[in-house]
Design a protein around this ligand. Structure first.
Ligand code: ATP
Length: 301
């Protein structure tokens, strides 16, 4: 039973700078690195590392960057068979990081916006009991259609409503599990209290809801009839918190699909996310498959 991640993939170019440039100014970077990214790819890799079989359904362009994306996915352990090639530039982000660790990000998202999951073959490959994981990078219409198709087919549907984009007016459908961070939850529900946010989301979707709170942990609600429960984060010495949310979501979806109960799956997700904050980057910043296996096996022994 695989996890189908329907989402985006992109190439991230990160420039480290002493400071951000002023308007009109040209600055030399301290260094520059290129890595795979995109919430779809990040969550797909986290789910695979948490022991699930994973299919990433995404779109790339027809350019040299597309080759790098394919190679990066395969080298990480994922397959490139679910990639749709579009006559567009592959999606990219330029990430500027200053000496204080603050960042500025500009993204080109033509492929994510043009991607039509219905034409990608994911639905024909899915079987009842599989999981479907969606994020907020595709158009709201594409996300809604995939979610509805997944529910109709009897998939375990997981929505990480991030980034919100035009979606601040509500969830695109009724996922079995909704995951948001605090800011997204506030924007979606108008509530400030994480417990209230989770209650509202669970009531709207009829499913489970998780509100992540960074280093403070998360609040989770198994279903709309349950009470929200706060869980502290697994302590970690944070180096780079970007990508923690993706590792959390991918791991959670994988573990739920693999039959873990809600709370143990959440705990593993938080544990994997705590590893992610100790490592730089987003794609593959969580525990490796071997690491995950070692401590998961030890814990369940
Ligand atoms: P991002 O967009 O940066 O990937 P996010 O905003 O979606 O992240 P967060 O709420 O920042 O998600 O983090 C997700 C989870 O990761 C938290 O619920 C927590 O379990 C874990 N986490 C985040 N930051 C830390 C930290 N400093 N120490 C330990 N765990 C952390």
């Amino acid at each position: 039973m695989p996890v189908h991640v329907v989402g985006n993939v992109c190439l991230d170019t990160t420039f480290r700078l002493a400071r951000f440039p002023e308007p009109g100014e040209t600055l030399n970077a301290i260094d520059c690195s290129v890595a795979l990214g995109g919430k779809g790819a990040n969550q797909a890799l986290a789910a695979w590392r948490a022991d699930a079989e994973v299919h990433l359904w995404s779109a790339i362009g027809s350019d040299a960057e597309a080759t790098l994306v394919r190679r990066g996915l395969v080298e990480a352990g994922l397959s490139d068979h679910g990639l749709t090639v579009l006559p567009l530039p592959t999606d990219r982000s330029a990430i500027l990081v200053d000496a204080g660790g603050e960042n500025q990000i500009v993204s080109a998202v033509a492929c994510a916006r043009a991607f039509d999951p219905a034409a990608s073959g994911w639905l024909a490959a899915a079987r009842p009991g599989d999981a479907l994981v969606l994020q907020g990078n595709l158009t709201p219409a594409a996300t809604r259609a995939a979610l509805e198709a997944g529910r109709a087919l009897g998939l375990l549907t997981v929505l990480n409503a991030s980034p919100l984009g035009e979606r601040a007016d509500g969830l695109p459908g009724a996922p079995a599990v909704t995951v948001v961070n605090r800011g997204e939850g506030e924007a979606l529900t108008g509530q400030r209290d994480p417990g209230r946010i989770a209650e509202r989301l669970a009531r709207t979707s009829g499913g489970a809801a998780v509100v992540t709170l960074g280093a403070d942990g998360y609040v989770a609600l198994r279903d709309h009839a349950a009470a929200p429960r706060f869980h502290p984060a697994v302590p970690a010495k944070a180096l780079d918190t970007s990508g923690a949310g993706d590792v959390f979501c991918g791991t959670l979806a994988a573990r739920l699909l693999l039959g873990d109960a809600f709370e143990p799956a959440l705990h593993l997700a938080a544990r994997a996310a705590a590893v992610a904050v100790t490592r730089a980057g987003t794609f593959g910043c969580g525990p490796s498959r071997d690491e995950f296996h070692a401590w998961h096996t030890r814990e369940s022994a």
